[in-house]
Design a protein around this ligand. Structure first.
Ligand SMILES: [Zn+2]
Length: 1268
């Protein structure tokens, strides 16, 4: 057994003692207990076992003994708990949780951990408990909770021995949640750590490369993949996957040269991939796609055939085969292939759409509509709006046609119902069968792609007029002369089908292929409702919840009869979530996982070929297989976790791991079905019933330019679907009906305490000396551990609805005296006013705003750099997805750069263009901006877009005093509390520049330019002046509601701190969140108070200037420190170095507010202890500490790896020390790369005596004035 590498002293429960306690308490039952009791050796062995061993214990091979021991321990604990009627020490439950976790009995582990959680108030101090809990949540795909638990571990114990494993899993979960920034950060943190974890560094690097690909950073991805290929001893599976990705990326993207070159690169890569792993059905499939796109039809067919042989029935492959047939003008064969695809995956939107276009091209609009409706129902349908328009159009066309014209037509293809009711022949669903067929048919059947009858599906269809139908046909024929019109029509239909059938049969007879006849005749009765509701299935799924879905996973689907699969249809089509469902065999599942990659993203590139006209109806295969990467359960099986285990490499393909590796995504989807089917259920009717519910619009004027042939050549995929998929996954995972532990809201970070509690430095240091001997962990040895920070819960009681639109605190200034009137400062910084608008400030102070006008800016520094955000022009207070179908929170914008001169040009031309449009419209409105907002509010309720794109010039740095002398000087006219630099401004005490915070930033806007929702860095206050000429609209939510907004962000898969989001006002209203809303006119100053959440949109053309201010108040300091800690928990850098700042405050400022004083003193105390403890531990370990000192304006230091602030003791690599580049690490990151710090030198910046002196001399000032 591998040891954790760290002594298991802190958390481990002394098992023997516990057992003894128990035994003593229940003396009467001693005899019974003896039979269950554990020997001393066993207790010793168990004493060191907790969650940290998860993944590092073998249970199956030589670890059988461990397994037995754990089993015995669980049994023993359980019976003891039972006897004590649950009244046992809480640690008992924790340990029981650990044992069950190690035995991979997750549900028992969860319930034991939950008991511990409910009994142990300071559970958060127990890192191995949090880690175990996180692993269990991870197993159940409850990513939301797993992330929280893992982040807590790192917060309470940054040197936790499984930090690497945690970072890896956080990276995987954030990847699934589409929080790519966080994902990358955690993967990188995992990568630098030299401790063991469940993935090799090659695999972690693969994930990083793939992360770039997912973000469409194709060149970075290519580079990273190629770098991986250079790696020595790259495991074959990783190599195969990397090559596969490279090949597919080259096929989709224009990474090299012209079309022919890129396809030849793609083919080469895929061929190399197949050399590394000849059994990858996925690679064969991709190869087929490449051949198909360069017109090598034969090669394409051969590759698809190989793919089916290797990976079994794949809907994507069949769909592509269908495309190929359709291109070869073989509609019947195409039909068969598409039917195969949709039968394998009922939610395969692309196949349904392709089938629809096929029917359209064969003049069977009714069938086409049914297919489109099925496509539209799929959640993987990326272009529902186009599809809806097409459906509407076809319906309208149908209505306008005389009934007879349709009925009399001879159908080229069987109807969808007829086609559907054909069973999927066994040959297709089993690999063996397919092989047999291939052998029987000989390879020639795949060669030309011309002759089709060898196609297994073909054989089936061609024989299929059911006996019932044949009988009916005979009857109708016999009474040919006495039929009513409907019957005549029926007869015609049947006859044409019969002819078709005959033709097919002749072909087959000629080839002597009768064997599938029987399967056809025994197929489902045509009278059977096509899309049965499957309610039994649904109830089963819902009632048994997760367990049921797990069963689904392990069902060897070979044994699932086709009809069973059919009964799933309704739920599948309804939710379209079940593509992973039952019908996949074990092997096909592993082939899904093999890709390790969200299939969706592989197709994103196809957008570039997209043809605008046919956006909706494309032939592209949307392989929206649930993200294989989203099943990071790889690690769960212990036998995979031994570093040198050959099976490790199999991780990447996921096949080694039957019990868990197959899948998170499967589970997610199954759960999804179970949870969501209810609402969608009624939709899952037959295609025919669906059509009757849709209202045909007779006077549809939609364009008719959709051309089925063109659409074949316009593959199309979308990144939205990637996001959508990720969203679904994690949403459903949070919906898992686990008895989830909810985190209690915990105490503040800075406890309110009286000054007298603060001991003198001598006492502090004496206490530290004793603690320092234990070890080197810095954060555990503080005088008291702080619980992990939590966002505030929604204020209680909730505000009544009529209080949700409060008036904005506003102050009107008449003259300079008003502006300098002291109560103004107090009003602004009063925590009761989340925002204050100081109206007419510029006028009152006679500020020359012209200095910031675009004209002056261009004259002053026309080449100055401007960051540009390309955004969608949205209605004033709404945020829609790019297609305009639904309101969303996510509001992404692309970043680029330009110059002031160029942006100025854009700003001016945008204004002129709008004037021209205005003139053309000749509206009555005088005020342009008013017009703007009212007109957009009235336009269209249901659907918005397409949206114009606009450019927002943002974060223009005006820090350079030489370049912007006049401008910056003008701002010194402001009252002190609002100035960029002042003695009473905390940010002026940092001692160095924090761009945009204690320097000025400029914003250049056109109407619609958006600053998404945020709190300021470290919750500082901000000052914003509108230069004009246009207005800005502000939305403001008080600080104590940020937890509610944080929840909304999480629900929407957004990172509150890092993502761009635009709150949906309706959501906020629902949640009783008050929103201040106001217009900022030119010359108005907006004061955002500490922690206030806000988002801003330009109404007209205008420039703004802004910076941050830190008033010297208890509220500001507290919120800044709280955010500092929250950032640490969330692995986000704090732009304000609060430790450094606190020491500077103690040196420079006299504080008279007792509350503020206490908080600062408390923080200093904590830091002092940390410094002393760390110092002594290093000395005790024989590590030399080199005096380095500080220069005057030296900025605060941050860890170059994890970005936490590093104070006083800097860990610098030997190399960077000799080069004097001083790349700083925190202690924890240094230890991750070099356990005993041999590669590092420790530099000291302050003498302890100096810090002690500062601490002792910092006393409460008696003066009433708070600033120096
Ligand atoms: Zn670090």
């Amino acid at each position: 057994m591998k040891s954790c590498g760290v002594s298991l002293t802190t958390a481990a429960v002394a098992f023997g003692d516990e057992a003894k306690k128990m035994a003593a308490g229940k003396a009467s039952r001693e005899s019974e207990e003896e039979s269950l009791s554990l020997t001393v050796e066993e207790r010793e062995a168990l004493g060191g076992m907790d969650s940290r061993l998860f993944g590092f214990v073998r249970l199956h091979e030589d670890g059988a003994r461990t397994k037995t021991l754990l089993g015995k321990a669980v049994h023993c604990y359980e019976s003891l708990i039972l006897k004590a009627e649950g009244k046992v020490d809480s640690d008992f439950f924790c340990q029981l949780g650990h044992f069950n976790l190690l035995l991979e009995d997750y549900s028992k582990a969860l319930s034991a951990y939950q008991r511990y959680y409910s009994l142990q108030a300071d559970y958060w101090k127990n890192a191995s408990f949090l880690y175990g809990l996180g692993l269990v949540y991870f197993y159940y795909n409850a990513f939301h909770w797993a992330i929280k638990a893992f982040q807590d571990v790192l917060y309470v114990d940054p040197s936790f021995c499984r930090a690497k494993e945690i970072h890896l899993r956080l990276g995987l979960m954030f990847k699934v949640n589409t929080d790519y920034k966080s994902s990358l950060k955690h993967f990188q943190l995992a990568l630098i750590d030299c401790n063991p974890c469940t993935l090799s560094s090659a695999e972690i690097q693969f994930h990083i490369a793939h992360l770039y690909e997912t973000q469409r950073k194709y060149h970075s991805a290519k580079e990273a993949y190629e770098q991986l290929l250079q790696m020595e001893n790259l495991p074959a599976q990783v190599k195969a996957t990397v090559l596969q990705q490279l090949g597919w990326m080259h096929h989709n993207m224009d990474l090299v040269g012209d079309n022919a070159t890129k396809e030849s690169f793609a083919i080469q890569y895929l061929q190399k991939s197949l050399e590394a792993d000849p059994n990858s059905g996925q690679s064969w499939y991709f190869l087929g796609r490449c051949y198909s796109s360069i017109g090598k039809v034969q090669d394409a067919f051969i590759s698809y055939r190989q793919s089916i042989d290797k990976s079994e029935a794949s809907a994507d492959t069949w769909c592509s085969i269908g495309v190929l047939y359709q291109q070869q003008n073989q509609p019947m064969d195409a039909l068969q292939a598409y039917i195969c695809a949709v039968q394998l995956d009922h939610g395969h939107a692309a196949a349904w759409m392709d089938l629809g276009t096929l029917y359209e091209s064969c003049n069977q609009p009714q069938d086409a509509i049914k297919c489109y409706l099925n496509a539209a129902r799929s959640k993987r349908c990326s272009n529902t709006s186009t599809l809806a328009a097409r459906i509407k159009f076809l319906q309208a066309q149908l209505c306008n046609l005389p009934q007879s014209s349709l009925q009399n037509k001879t159908k080229l293809l069987p109807s969808i119902e007829e086609a559907w009711s054909l069973p999927i022949p066994a040959e297709l669903t089993s690999r063996q069968g397919a092989m047999n067929t291939a052998q029987q048919n000989g390879s020639d059947s795949w060669n030309g792609g011309q002759s089709l009858s060898h196609h297994p599906v073909q054989q089936v269809y061609s024989l299929c007029l059911t006996p019932q139908k044949l009988q009916h046909l005979e009857q109708l024929r016999a009474n040919r002369d006495n039929l009513n019109p409907a019957q005549k029509h029926q007869l015609e239909q049947l006859e044409s089908q019969f002819v078709l059938m005959q033709q097919m049969r002749h072909k087959e007879v000629a080839r002597g292929l009768h064997k599938s006849q029987s399967s056809c005749l025994s197929g489902p009765n045509e009278e059977q409702p096509l899309f049965s509701t499957g309610s039994a299935q649904y109830h089963q799924a819902t009632s048994t919840g997760i367990k049921k879905s797990n069963e689904h996973l392990t069902l060897p689907s070979n044994s699932v009869p086709q009809r069973d699969a059919d009964s799933h249809l309704s739920s599948h089509t309804a939710t379209s979530g079940g593509q992973q469902g039952i019908i996949f065999t074990k092997e096909s599942k592993s082939s899904k996982n093999r890709s390790l990659v969200p299939e969706t993203s592989r197709h994103t590139g196809d957008t570039s070929n997209g043809c605008a006209d046919v956006k909706g109806l494309t032939n592209h295969v949307h392989q929206l297989i649930a993200d294989a990467v989203s099943s990071p359960n790889h690690g769960d099986s212990p036998d995979l976790l031994i570093a040198d285990n050959p099976q490790l490499s199999a991780l990447l393909i996921g096949k080694a791991n039957d019990n868990v590796g197959t899948g998170t995504c499967d589970k997610v989807n199954s759960i999804h079905v179970a949870v969501h089917t209810k609402t969608d259920h009624s939709v899952a009717s037959s295609p025919s019933s669906a059509i009757s519910t849709a209202t045909p619009s007779p006077k549809s004027t939609e364009q008719t330019s959709i051309n089925s042939v063109t659409s074949l050549n316009s593959p199309h995929g979308g990144l939205h679907t990637v996001n959508g998929e990720g969203l679904e996954n994690s949403q459903s995972s949070t919906k898992v009906d686990l008895p989830l532990v909810s985190h209690r809201s915990t105490s503040q970070i800075i406890p309110s305490m009286s000054v007298s509690i603060c001991p003198s430095s001598t006492e502090v240091l004496k206490a530290c000396r004793n603690l320092g001997k234990n070890g080197l962990s810095s954060s555990c040895i503080l005088l008291d551990k702080c619980p992990p920070p939590r966002p505030p819960t929604s204020p209680y009681p909730p505000l009544p609805k009529d209080k949700l639109n409060p008036p904005t605190p506003s102050i009107y200034l008449e003259n300079k005296r008003d502006a300098f009137f002291p109560p103004l400062h107090q009003f602004c910084t009063n925590p009761k006013n989340p925002v204050t608008v100081i109206r007419g400030l510029a006028g009152a102070l006679k500020l020359d705003l012209g200095l910031f006008s675009t004209k002056t800016l261009v004259e002053a520094n026309n080449e100055h750099i401007v960051e540009v955000r390309t955004q969608l022009l949205q209605p004033a207070d709404e945020n829609w997805d790019p297609t305009g179908t639904k309101k969303i929170w996510r509001c992404e914008s692309n970043r680029s750069h330009t110059t002031i001169a160029k942006y100025a040009q854009y700003q001016a031309s945008s204004f002129q263009e709008s004037l021209r449009e205005e003139n053309e419209k000749r509206t009555q409105h005088k005020d342009h901006s008013d017009n703007e907002s009212t007109s957009s509010e009235n336009s269209g309720r249901r659907r918005k877009g397409p949206f114009k794109t606009i450019k927002f010039g943002t974060n223009i740095d005006l820090s350079d005093n030489k370049k912007w002398k006049l401008q910056l000087h003008e701002l010194t006219k402001l009252p002190a509390f609002a100035r960029v630099v002042s003695a009473g401004n905390l940010l002026s005490h940092v001692g160095h520049t924090i761009l945009g915070m204690n320097t000025v930033q400029l914003y250049m806007k056109v109407p619609g330019s958006r600053t998404p929702g945020h709190q300021e860095n470290n919750n500082f206050c901000s000052v914003n002046i509108n230069i004009g000429p246009g207005d800005c609209e502000w939305f403001v939510v008080p600080e104590d509601y940020w937890g509610v907004l944080n929840d909304f962000c999480e629900k929407n898969n957004l990172n509150f701190l890092m993502s761009s989001w635009w709150p949906n006002l309706e959501d906020l209203y629902e949640a009783n969140v008050p929103v201040y809303r106001f217009i900022q006119r030119p010359g108005d100053l907006v004061w955002i108070n500490a922690g206030t959440v806000h988002w801003v949109q330009a109404v007209g053309w205008c420039n703004n200037i802004a910076w941050n201010v830190g008033p010297l108040t208890a509220c500001q300091y507290k919120l800044a420190v709280e955010r500092y800690e929250w950032n640490k928990l969330k692995s986000v850098k704090s732009p304000v170095p609060m430790v450094h700042l606190s020491w500077n405050m103690a040196r420079n400022i006299k504080v008279s507010d007792p509350k503020l004083f206490e908080m600062i003193k408390y923080c200093l105390l904590k830091i002092l202890k940390q410094c002393q403890t760390l110092r002594e531990a290093l000395v005790a370990a024989g590590k030399e500490i080199i005096w380095h000192g500080r220069t005057n304006d030296e900025p605060a230091h941050y860890c170059s790896i994890c970005e936490v602030e590093v104070f006083n003791l800097l860990f610098v690599t030997n190399e960077s020390n000799t080069q004097k580049t001083y790349i700083v690490h925190c202690q924890d990151c240094a230890r991750k790369t070099s356990r005993s710090l041999e590669n590092f030198v420790v530099l000291e910046q302050y003498k302890m005596e100096d810090l002690i002196q500062v601490y002792d001399q910092f006393t409460l000032a008696l003066s009433l004035s708070s600033s120096s």
